[in-house]
Design a protein around this ligand. Sequence first.
Ligand code: ADE
Ligand code: ZN
Ligand code: ZN
Length: 260
Amino acid sequence: MNRSLTLFILSIIICNSLFANTPDWGATGHRTVGEIAERHLSKKAKKQINNILNGRGLAMVSTYGDDIKSDKKYDKYYTWHFVNFPFDTKYETSKKDKRGDIVMGIQTCVDQLKDPNTSQEDKSFYLKFLVHLVGDLHQPLHVGRAEDRGGNDIKVLWHYDKSNLHRVWDSEMIESFNMSYTELAANSKTLSREQIKNIEKGSILDWTYESQALAKKVYASAKMDEKLGYRYSYDHFETVQSQLQKSGIRLAKILNEIFD
Ligand code: ADE
Ligand code: ZN
Ligand code: ZN
C-alpha cells in the first residue's frame, strides 16, 4: 500500500475514534427501560401512546435520542443527555448550560406532551426523547463531573479491550451479561406494590441527586488505566439492573400522569 493511502486511512481511523458518538446506556439498556415501562403503563396511557407512536412500543423508540445524533439538524440537543454540577452542590443554584441539560430536557418533553397545542409530529418527537432521557438520567455517570465528561476521559480496560468508565456503565457491563432486553426486563426483581410506590416517589430533581450520589461511588470504584472485568460486574451489575428497573417504573409513572 502506498504511503499517502496508508496515511489517509490512518487519519480516518483516528478521526473516527476521536469524534465517535458516545451513545448512552447502549441500545440494550435503553430498550430494557422502555420494556419495563411498557409493563407498568395504564390502559389509558397505552392507548394514547400507541396512537402517537403508530403502534411501536416504548422499547422500540427508546434509542431515538442517540439515533438522531447522526443528523446535524439535531446537534442542539447534545447537552440534553446529561447534567454535570459539582458534587455536594445544588442543581438549582449551579451554573446552567445555556443549551440545556437533562433535567431541563425532561421537563420540556413533559410540558410539550401535556400541551394540547403540540402537533402530532412534535408529540412523537418529545415522547421518543422522553423515553430516552429518563433512561439516561438513571445512568449514574450522566450526572457526573464536567472535568472528565462523566467518566468518558477515565480510560480503563474492559477485560482486554480499551474502554472508559462511562462506557463500562453505559454498555460494557450490560453487553457482557449477554441477555436480550426482553430477558433483562422479564428477569427484573419482583417488587411489592409498596416498593413500587416508593420508587415512584419524588421528582426529576430527586432522581438526579440519587444518580449523583451513585456517581460518587462509581468514581471511587475504578482508577485510570485499571483493568476491569468479571469482578467489576460482580460488584456493580446489581446497581445497573436496579437503575434500569427504577428508570422503567418512573418513566411509566410520568407517562401515566401525562396521559391520564
Ligand atoms: N459529556 C459531558 N459530560 C457528560 C456526561 N456526564 N455524560 C455523558 N456525556 C457527557
Ligand atoms: Zn452515556
Ligand atoms: Zn442519551
